[in-house]
Design a protein around this ligand. Structure first.
Ligand code: BG6
Length: 498
């Protein structure tokens, strides 16, 4: 018996900020990610401090901003879509850049050139029989909301955003069936700059410890600001998302809208009840992001968690009704790794929704230390089935690696094939367990700028793009070994994984 349903949506995933380039062309405005500058091939830069932001503005002409270049999809989209079609893609996940349509975010009317660009991309996809899967907001916030406001922590963003989201539905509903509102909505509490355009020391009252780096322990004042601003921002995103889901249900009944969250699978370090409870708590926290969007309400426990942790949310007027009327149609998730949790606070830090994992001796890790665990995906898919009973779209998964183009003009990426094979097997097993998985779009199907590192050095693609961290290179595209392998997987509907 076939393990995958006939109409399974095989494909791949990208985001506008990481592929498009052409950031200042045709009247496009800039978003907060366009101000993240390169610091080195292994240095995370998802956090923005005031002094760095000011430096990025002051030295804008000379600094290296890889997101502004992407892989120049803006000019290569036809060639790129043809490559995806050659692999047999049935689904392509991409995002729309808010500032290509509304350059500052404040305009009354969208820019016609930007509107046309996405029509052209959708036309090209349909020409090849590829269904677009569109993320409305994939880590992009017009820079004015960072400058004038406190990113997503300010409620002022909501009306502008909802206007933009409703425009997307009105304009593209006949070309796009599958939509996601916010990419990895839980990242706003893990990485408030990335997910919410929040500068943590914006108000200047926080003394940064010398040598502060991302994921280092935070000074208490900073932690307080982090928890409050990021959960406030999350609340605003839930509201904007629910408003557009309701609108789409009323005006575009053919469209299906999903949430999107980063799935953490967590194991207790030992069988001790304390470790087990800690893993349970963290799992509930991870699921909370899904609960609100799929069930339409804040679970009772999170309000007591807020109280306990001194998190004071200013609740949006009528928020309970808004959330209950904007429940998503399907669950979507990114999944890369599993983590180990201990009850001993001295041995483990928690920063927002991120757990810094302990080492799992049973798992291998990627070049970047991510613990590879397909079984955890199977377990989580089963749990999601029981919790939500909704279709599940796996819209990110994959292996980031350092790679170079060989003299034979290809990359022999057996490690990626091995990673994907194991994960596809785990998905097939989950489907046999009765989970309704409708599609799989591995991340970075064509090499793109890494989100955490803003570098080209961390590659995920089936297609190699000849570009380096400084923007040198021909930007020519080359098929890796995994390209041919994935083509076979899709052609056999997931039967031939050899
Ligand atoms: C997800 C994001 O968190 O992970 C993507 O939705 C991102 O935007 C991907 O690129 C992989 O992360 P990274 O840091 O390896 O690019």
């Amino acid at each position: 018996m076939a393990r995958f349903p006939e109409n399974f949506l095989w494909g791949g995933a990208t985001s506008a900020a990481q592929i498009e380039g052409g950031r200042c062309e045709d009247g496009k405005g800039l978003c907060h990610l366009d101000y993240v500058f390169y610091r080195g091939p292994k240095i995370p830069c998802n956090f923005m401090l005031k002094k760095d932001y000011e430096r990025a503005k002051a030295e804008e002409a000379t600094m290296n901003f890889p997101n502004r270049r992407g892989i120049d999809f803006y000019h290569h989209y036809k060639e790129d879509i043809a490559l995806l079609a050659e692999m047999g893609f049935r689904s392509f996940r991409m995002s729309i850049s808010w500032t290509r349509l509304f350059p500052t975010g404040l305009e009354e009317k969208p820019d016609p050139k930007g509107v046309e660009f996405y029509h052209n991309v959708f036309r090209e996809l349909h020409k090849h029989g590829i269904e677009p899967l569109v993320t409305m907001i994939h880590y992009e916030l017009p820079i004015v909301f960072v400058e004038k406001y406190d990113g997503w922590a300010s409620p002022e963003v909501i009306p502008y955003c909802v206007k933009y989201l409703k425009f997307l539905i009105d304009e593209y509903k006949d070309e796009v069936k599958y939509w996601l509102t916010f990419n990895e909505i839980n990242m706003v509490t893990a990485v408030p700059w990335l997910g919410g355009g929040i500068i943590l020391d914006r108000y200047g009252e926080i003394e940064m410890p010398k040598g502060f780096r991302p994921f280092a322990p935070l000074p208490p004042q900073m932690a307080e600001r982090w928890e409050n601003a990021s959960h406030q921002a999350l609340h605003h995103q839930f509201i904007a998302s629910a408003m557009v889901v309701k609108y789409a249900h009323e005006t575009a009944p053919n469209c299906l809208i999903g949430n999107m969250f980063n799935l953490h699978h967590l194991y207790p370090e030992t069988p001790s009840p304390a470790d087990a409870y800690r893993a349970h708590e963290e799992t509930e926290y991870n699921m909370f992001f899904c609960d609100v969007m799929a069930k339409g309400y804040y679970p009772a426990w999170i309000k007591s968690y807020y109280k306990k942790n001194n998190i004071n949310i200013k609740w949006y007027d009528n928020y309970e009704q808004i959330l209950s009327e904007g429940k998503v149609d399907f669950i979507s998730l990114s999944y890369y790794l599993s983590s180990i949790v201990t009850a001993d606070p001295k041995r483990q830090e928690r920063i927002g929704s991120f757990i810094r994992t302990l080492h799992n001796p049973y798992l291998e890790t990627s070049d970047f230390g991510w613990q590879i665990d397909p079984t955890a995906l199977r377990i989580s898919l089963n749990e999601l089935r029981d919790r939500f009973n909704l279709p599940i779209y796996i819209v990110e998964n994959g292996l980031g690696a350092f790679e170079e183009l060989g003299e034979d003009k290809t990359v022999h990426d057996n490690y990626r094939i091995d990673y994907l094979r194991k994960h596809i097997n785990a998905i097939a097993e989950a489907i046999e367990d009765g989970v309704n998985v409708i599609g799989y779009t591995p991340w970075g199907c064509i090499d793109l700028v890494s989100c955490s590192l803003v570098s080209m050095s961390k590659r995920y693609g089936f297609v190699y793009v000849d570009a380096d961290d400084e923007g040198n290179g021909t930007y020519n595209r080359y098929r890796k070994d995994s390209f041919y392998w994935y083509r076979k997987v899709i052609a056999s509907n997931g039967e031939d994984l050899d």
